[in-house]
Unconditional design. Structure first.
Length: 524
């Protein structure tokens, strides 16, 4: 297919938008550089005209880049895509294209995850620079998490409207823009930028899962989703803690936000290696491009039957005690993960600093813990694909419980190294988040699969909002008490997953569509 004038204009609009956003961020760097003598403390300093112009460039650039990515004839394309099904053969081997896509998406997720993971490492510096109590600084992660909830809803719509690849690129442009948080002199501006950062990050993981599911052969789908999601989560936390250990003692906490500039631009450049969904290309009438993508990934396209299309468009309620039990089990599991990841682990750096550790030492301890957790991602993928999907999730919940127990013991003793407790928490929580969404998608019939997966994904952020909301309301709990309280829903999740969870390894997901949900307790 020949490139049209409209296509060329769209490409130039995206490029110019990226240039404008980058220039807008660079306009904030002189303010940061001038504060070197004050160890990069900007609190209370007025914003100059160059910074205001930079903010305008970021807004205009983001809109321009979004316009460049926006497809034309949207309504006709959505109708055309309604009954297109693209899938690889069940027994198709993995090619270089599949491995390359997985590698690129792991890097993209590492960049994506490290943004919210950096929140915990910026909190001690923000408390010191702005001179505000912990509950006030809690507004930063609270609004960041609120942004991720908003992004989780919004980005699904954007992915359908713009395409999988385009939504990742738009998210990357927003990442670049939000790096100005590192030069904002007021806490209010930091809160606003963190909301935008969360909105950009919120939908990346679901979009990644959707793209992989459309490209991977069915028999490789489960372990590849777990591996990519797990490596992205562990790698993102390790990158955040590593950057904090290396750069924060020199440049202060703000450098962790300014790092969004090079990492966001890296994500934009990686977009050239990410293929667009073949289904999206077919719906846009770009048949030759879609055929090239399908040849690379061994996929084929066909039209769904009228009955399947009607079922997808219909509204079906979630019925049956068994399905409700599974949804409850996975929801509590996701909620517990949010309480730990955006509660305990988020405040852990500040707690270590309060106990006398330096920022560099506490960051290094957490980086070492993340490094220990790294190999377990491969173990989680192996357990999920070769042993049991159900019991792999239950094992990760049990590891998380063990980490909570050791944190409680550490707090009670008052001495000792936090490396092992934190390592177990990072191992367990990264294993949970790597498994719980793929397992949810593989545990529910087609008529409720999307809603069930979306709800469980929202619960992961809901746990974090609950944890930060308690802090904002003035409830101050020690790490020991917090660990004890979080152990309750985590233990309940373990029991419910063991009871209601159902084995999905080696099972054709189409068999779930015949599941009425009235099956008694789970199959072991």
């Amino acid at each position: 297919m020949k490139t049209t004038l409209s296509d060329r204009q769209a490409v130039w609009a995206f490029v110019l938008g990226c240039v404008a956003v980058t220039a807008g961020v660079c306009a904030h760097l002189p303010m940061f550089a001038m504060a070197q003598a004050m160890h990069y403390r900007l609190a209370g300093m007025p914003m100059d005209n160059l910074m205001l112009v930079g903010m305008a460039l970021i807004v205009v650039g983001t809109i321009t880049a979004g316009y460049g990515l926006l497809p034309r004839n949207l309504s006709a394309q959505r109708i055309a895509a309604a009954d297109i099904v693209v899938a690889a053969p069940e027994d198709a081997p993995l090619s270089r294209a599949h491995w390359g896509l997985m590698a690129v998406l792991v890097i993209a997720l590492v960049i994506d995850v490290m943004k919210p993971a950096s929140l915990g490492f910026t909190v001690p510096g923000m408390i010191g620079e702005y001179g505000v109590p912990k509950k006030t600084v809690s507004l930063v992660p609270f609004f960041a998490l609120a942004g991720t909830v908003t992004g989780s809803v919004l980005w699904g719509w954007i992915a359908d409207l713009y395409g999988r690849k385009a939504s990742i690129l738009l998210s990357a442009v927003m990442f670049v823009g939000t790096s100005i948080c590192g030069a904002m002199p007021s806490l209010a501006w930091n809160i606003a930028m963190c909301f935008m950062m969360g909105a950009a990050a919120g939908g990346m993981l679901p979009v990644t899962y959707a793209l992989l599911a459309e490209m991977m052969p069915n028999r490789h789908r489960g372990w590849s989703l777990v591996l990519v999601g797990g490596l992205g989560a562990v790698g993102g936390y390790f990158a955040a803690s590593g950057l904090s250990a290396l750069l924060q003692p020199i440049f202060g906490w703000r450098i962790l936000w300014l790092a969004n500039l090079p990492t966001g631009l890296t994500l934009v450049l990686l977009g050239a290696l990410i293929p667009e969904s073949a289904k999206f290309l077919l719906a846009r009438g770009r048949v030759e491009e879609a055929e090239r993508v399908m040849r690379r990934f061994g996929a084929k396209a066909h039209r769904a039957s009228a009955a399947i299309v009607a079922q997808k468009r219909g509204s079906h309620a979630l019925t049956g005690l068994h399905l409700y039990g599974k949804l409850t089990a996975l929801s509590i599991c996701a909620l517990s993960w949010g309480l730990i990841n955006f509660g305990l682990l988020l405040w852990l750096p500040a707690d270590l600093v309060a106990k006398g550790y330096s920022v560099g030492v506490s960051s290094r301890l957490l980086a070492e813990s993340a490094l220990i957790a790294f190999p377990t991602v491969f173990v989680a993928a192996l357990l999920y694909s070769r042993w049991s999907t159900k019991w792999a999730l239950a094992t990760m919940v049990a590891v998380t419980l063990a980490g909570l127990l050791l944190v409680l013991r550490l707090e009670a003793a008052g001495t000792g190294s936090p490396v092992l407790p934190v390592a177990l928490l990072i191992v367990g929580t990264n294993g949970i988040i790597a498994i719980v969404l793929p397992y949810t998608a593989e545990s529910f019939p087609l008529r409720v699969r999307g809603r069930a997966t979306g709800w469980v994904a929202a619960c992961t952020k809901g746990g974090g909002l609950l944890a930060q909301g308690l802090t904002i309301s003035g409830v101050s709990l020690s790490m020991g008490v917090s660990s004890l309280l979080v152990m309750v829903p985590t233990a309940i999740a373990l029991v419910l997953v063991a009871w209601f969870g159902r084995e999905t390894r080696g099972r054709d997901l189409r068999d779930l569509d015949a599941d009425t949900g009235q099956l008694g307790h789970a199959e072991a």
